[in-house]
Every structure is written in structure tokens, then in C-alpha cells.
Design a protein around this ligand. Sequence first.
Ligand code: PMP
Length: 412
Amino acid sequence: MTRESDAGFESESESESEVEFDFEPSERVQAVPPSGIRRFFEIAEERDEVISLGVGEPDFAAPWAARDAAITSLEQGKTSYTANRGMRELREAIADYADDRFDLDYDPGEEIIVTAGASEAVDLAFRAFVDPGDTVAVAQPSYISYEPGVIFAGGEVLPVPTYREDDFRLTVDALEAAGADEADLLVLCYPNNPTGAIMRETDLEPIAEFAREHDLLVLSDEIYAELTYDGDGEHTSIATLEGMRERTVVFNGFSKAHAMTGLRLGYALAPADAVGAMNKIHQYAMLSAPTTAQHAALEALDSCGDEVRDMVDQYDRRRQFVLSRFREIGMDVFEARGAFYCFPEVPEGWTSEEFAEELLREQGVAVVPGDVFGTGGEGHLRVSYATGLADLREALGRIEAFVDEHAEGSEG
Ligand code: PMP
């Protein structure tokens, strides 16, 4: 709500100094604490030669053919809105892609909505399906936007911890212990930001059974689906398991696999009723996702599969390098198999925040303290390897120097 001050409305010349207008944020906005990461940016700005392993976006530019398609669309004057749900041709391409890659079978007419990033799709789902007071179970540690999104929608988050000893996979034991049987929705993110965990079909089966048994709507953020580095390299969507398609909304987009973060394009796949409800918000809040980006995305799906595979190979090489270096340094780290993050433990005697802050101050390496990702994150760091190998090599050298120096300090 907004409030005018008691001074009321004065004449124009006086109004500047005497009329105060208090933009008092709504209770929902006030309920979300400010981001804890801001301080790190401030420290980073004070230092030269900071290497950031803190960002959650590819260091690659979007494939050239996708950029070229965007340019051509602009040259051709394609600068109008599209259909609310996105260009029909793009939805058809998404339907083919989702089917080919992940066995997800959705009708481009009614079961796909193209959004301004996966972020918009996630927000639409919270607003479409969460009533005030509803409980949304969120497997944590997790991407930082879910909790605020739930609060903005008027719901309450029920954190469901995942544990290092389970390789950060969600278990039914954890769901039961948290009381998620009483929840209305369940949010999953695999491959996971920030842990890099994946869940295979056999891991997802019991979760699916739990969701069916307790009638949960599942929101499955699969934006890192392509970035899976596991044996056969295949990602399984929970929506492909028996009885799950009808209760799941799947999110994906072009930011990660296609390195198109700045083009802001994502989508949701879900049964027609669910997409209809989300579109009801989207058509008023957004009208349509950015048109130029939709042209780029269409080309990305049509012709950029090789570039995606090449980027995934490079992430995998970096992943192996970073994991092996952390082990050499003596920092315990589990075998992350997805996304572009690993999640090492901080040495004893440090909190995540202290370690990350001192590392940045002393060595100019930025990583994200695990506690910002919710329950179970404390004691870890999120380290992104969406950075070239040369920088990774240098950064890991600095982390080693930092750890050695402090270990010597504690002995002496
Ligand atoms: N989900 C997850 C798990 C993410 O890590 C991110 C980006 N960091 C998003 C969604 C948002 O992606 P987009 O750029 O498509 O909005």
C-alpha cells in the first residue's frame, strides 16, 4: 500500500519539499529479506583482478546462427508482439525438441507457453497455483528465486533438506520428516543449482509415488537438463514417470544450454488447464515473450545442437578439473554430475560466509556461500565452472594458497 503524508496535497511549488509520499512495500515484499550477496559485489568492486566463480550464467556467447536469426528478424521488421503463448512455429519446435531429447510429449497448441526466461514461467506457476496460506515444499539447497516467488504469491515455503550422504538427491525420508505430505506443491530442481546433483529415474520413482499418494502438484525446474554428465549423459524428467504428466509443470529455457541468458526466453510444459491458468496471468503481465529472442530460439533449436554439445563437453572437462583440484587441495567435494556448479565443503572452523568473504578479500576469488541457498547449504560453497579453464586454473591455485595459508596459521 502507498500512503500520503499528513501534509496532504500542496500547491506545485511547495509540493516538492513538503509532500512526502511513502512507498511502503506490501507485506509480501517486506517479508522477503534483501539478498545477502550484495555485500560480496561491494568487496569485489574494491579489488583488482577478481576471478568470479560466483555467476550462474554461461561464459559463452549464444551460438552464432541464433544471433544471426535474431538480426535477420530485426532486418525484416519483425518487431511486433507474437501470440501470447509464443510463436506457433517456436512452440512446435519446442514440442519436437522436448520429445526428442527427454521423451516429453506436449501439444504445441495448448500445452506449451513461451515466457520471458524460465524465471517468468516459475513465477507464473506460483501465482497460478498457490493460494494464500498454501504450503510449497522446496527441496533445498535450491535456487534462490523459489522462496521469494512463493512468498510473493502468498504461500509458505516448507524446506525439505537434501544431504551430502545422498549426493544431494531428494528422498522420501526427507519429505516425510519435513511433513511434506501436508504440502500442496513440491518444487524440484534437477540438475540442481547450487549443488550440481542429478536425480536418475530410480531416484525419482519414489518421489513420484509420494507426490501421487499425497496429491501434490509438482513444479520441476529442468533448465539444466542438457547439462547432465553422467554415464550415458541422459536426463530424466519426473513428468515422464507414470501418473506424473497430469500433475507436473516442467520448466526449461534457452539461458543455460544455449547460452542465451540476456535474450530472456524460457517455457513451461504442462497439461492444457495448467498452461491456460498460467497464460491468464502472462497475457496481462507480459503479453508475449520478446519477439527477437523467439526468432533466435527457433534457430537455436533448428540448427545449434552441435554447439550445445560442444559447450556441454567443455563444461564436463572443466567439471572434472575443478573436482580433482578441490580434492587435491583437501576440500571435500561430492561428484556433481549436472548444471555447471560444484559444492565443496568449507574447511573446519569456517562458516561459508566467512570463508567466501575472506577468500574474496585476500585472494580475489568470488564464490557464493552455501547458506544463501537455504537449508543444508551452510558449510558449503557454490563454485561455478561456467568460466574458461585458464581462469579456473588460476582461481583454484589461489584457493589452494588461501587454504594452505590458513591451515599453517592454525597450526602455528
Ligand atoms: N532456474 C534455475 C535453477 C536457474 O539457475 C536459473 C538461472 N540462474 C533460472 C531458473 C532462471 O533462468 P532464466 O534465465 O531462463 O530466467
